[in-house]
Design a protein around this ligand. Structure first.
Ligand SMILES: Cc1cc2nc3c(=O)[nH]c(=O)nc-3n(C[C@H](O)[C@H](O)[C@H](O)COP(=O)(O)OP(=O)(O)OC[C@H]3O[C@@H](n4cnc5c(N)ncnc54)[C@H](O)[C@@H]3O)c2cc1C
Length: 395
């Protein structure tokens, strides 16, 4: 078997497409394999929009988010296409909440990210559609916004291909073997050999790792997003309303009107049930729908209206919801990533990290700030060694 490629990327959702983009930019011979058609709706990366923000629960993630914006700008230049749209971001919730805003404020302060602390009166003044009492407060950060999801992954693949990568759809990898420091990959009757492998298989990660006898505690849930033909639609127009996250348990989040939808997207974070990615259905989860409309009736009644569109999507959840961005123990030429149900905004920079891990064996990010603690993304971190780890899905 000749070595056909320097690197093979397994899975071309947002994270795998990000890796293929950066690997091709570095001049590596890249083959990317996707089991379904590009842009399919069976995994985690489809639909019109994803939230991007600098406001995060730890300085490490704030620092990584800064790098993500820079990496998306790199793609926008190469693709000659805008994929990040700033709307401002509002973190909002009760002062006594399951997800205290103080952690977010502290992390942004530690990373010199400007933001405003808003009381309920100021929130009501700026966005009268919020029906909130004085026990509610918020943080507003101007760089919060939207990544145009489908368009961003298509642009990553388009530029990677233009730079020489070979990306194939409808090719399901069925066998993986490490042989004398190289990787043998098979999909049906086709076989390839490569020096390195990047596993970006999302909800199917455990199946890919099983080929190397590895198992991590990992849960796949079926989530859903809903688009409402809001009765006060103009109040949610792009440019008049921010992306927002309701920081409590349950947690909800939403978008201004964006793209072709002509509707307001609202949903619950991590409200879905555990599923098998190969056998799961695509039907509505009435419990999530009831929680979302109950929340909107109370706090955002102007956004309510007929449901114009409902989409389901998979979260690939580590117990602590931290990402995995690491080489496999004892197999330094195989890197793996899992996006923990909040990875899209970082796909640009996670792609770069996977590329550097594959080609250089180390990540060069951090710009010397020392804030980017990569140990939180390790595959051998303690919580991933446990058979029954405690799950903390609240971000
Ligand atoms: C409802 C919802 C809302 C979200 N909102 C946000 C948000 O606002 N902001 C944010 O940052 N993140 C958000 N996320 C999370 C984010 O979308 C994911 O973390 C990210 O898309 C994960 O990308 P991925 O490439 O790992 O997964 P995927 O897109 O699922 O890609 C994995 C790919 O691997 C392929 N694959 C698997 N096995 C094989 C095989 N054997 N052979 C070939 N191909 C294979 C799969 O077909 C799939 O295409 C949200 C997720 C959901 C579900």
């Amino acid at each position: 078997m000749t070595r056909d490629y320097d690197v093979i990327v397994l899975g071309l959702g947002a994270l795998g497409s990000g890796a293929a983009y950066w690997l091709a930019k570095r001049g590596a011979r890249v083959l990317g394999l996707e089991q379904f058609e590009f842009g399919h709706a069976r995994g985690s990366s489809h639909d019109w929009s994803r939230i991007i923000r600098l406001s995060y629960f730890s300085p490490a993630y704030v620092q990584l988010a800064k790098e993500a914006y820079a990496a998306w700008s790199s793609l926008e230049r190469d693709a000659q296409e805008q994929v990040v749209f700033k709307t401002g971001g509002l973190d909002i919730g009760p002062r006594a909440s399951a997800i205290p805003l103080a952690g977010y404020a502290g992390s942004m302060r530690a990373c010199d990210v400007p933001f405003e602390e808003l009381d309920a009166r100021e929130i009501r003044k700026r966005w009268p559609v919020w029906k909130i009492g004085d026990e509610i407060h918020g943080l507003f950060q101007a760089d919060g916004g939207i990544v145009a999801a489908d368009r961003a992954t298509a642009a990553l693949r388009r530029v990677a291909t233009a730079l020489g990568a070979t990306l194939r759809e409808d090719v399901a990898v069925s066998a993986l073997r490490s042989v004398n420091g190289e990787i043998d990959i098979a999909a049906g009757s086709e076989r390839w050999r490569a020096g390195k492998l990047v596993i970006a298989a999302g909800a199917w990660t455990d199946r890919a790792l099983a080929h190397f006898g590895l198992r991590i505690p990992f849960e796949v849930t079926k989530e859903q997003v809903m688009y409402f033909r809001a009765r006060e639609l103009s109040s949610f127009a792009f440019g008049r309303f921010p992306i927002w996250i309701w920081m409590d348990d349950p947690a909800f989040y939403g978008f201004p009107v964006f793209g072709e939808t002509g509707a307001v997207k609202v949903t619950q974070d991590a409200g879905g049930k555990a599923v098998d990615p190969d056998t799961r259905g695509f039907e509505e989860d009435p419990e999530i729908s009831a929680r979302v409309s109950g929340f909107m009736e109370r706090y955002l009644p102007g956004a309510l209206g007929p449901v114009a569109r409902l989409k389901t999507c998979l979260y690939a959840l580590t117990p602590d919801r931290d990402f995995i961005i690491d080489a496999l123990p004892g197999l330094p030429n195989i890197t793996v990533t899992v996006g923990g149900g909040h990875g899209f905004k970082f796909a640009s920079v996670i792609g770069r990290m996977l590329c550097e891990l594959a080609l250089d064996g180390r990540v060069s990010l951090d710009g010397g700030s020392g804030r980017l603690d990569l140990s939180i993304f390790k595959i051998d971190r303690p919580v991933l060694q446990m058979t029954e780890p405690r799950k903390t899905y609240m971000l």
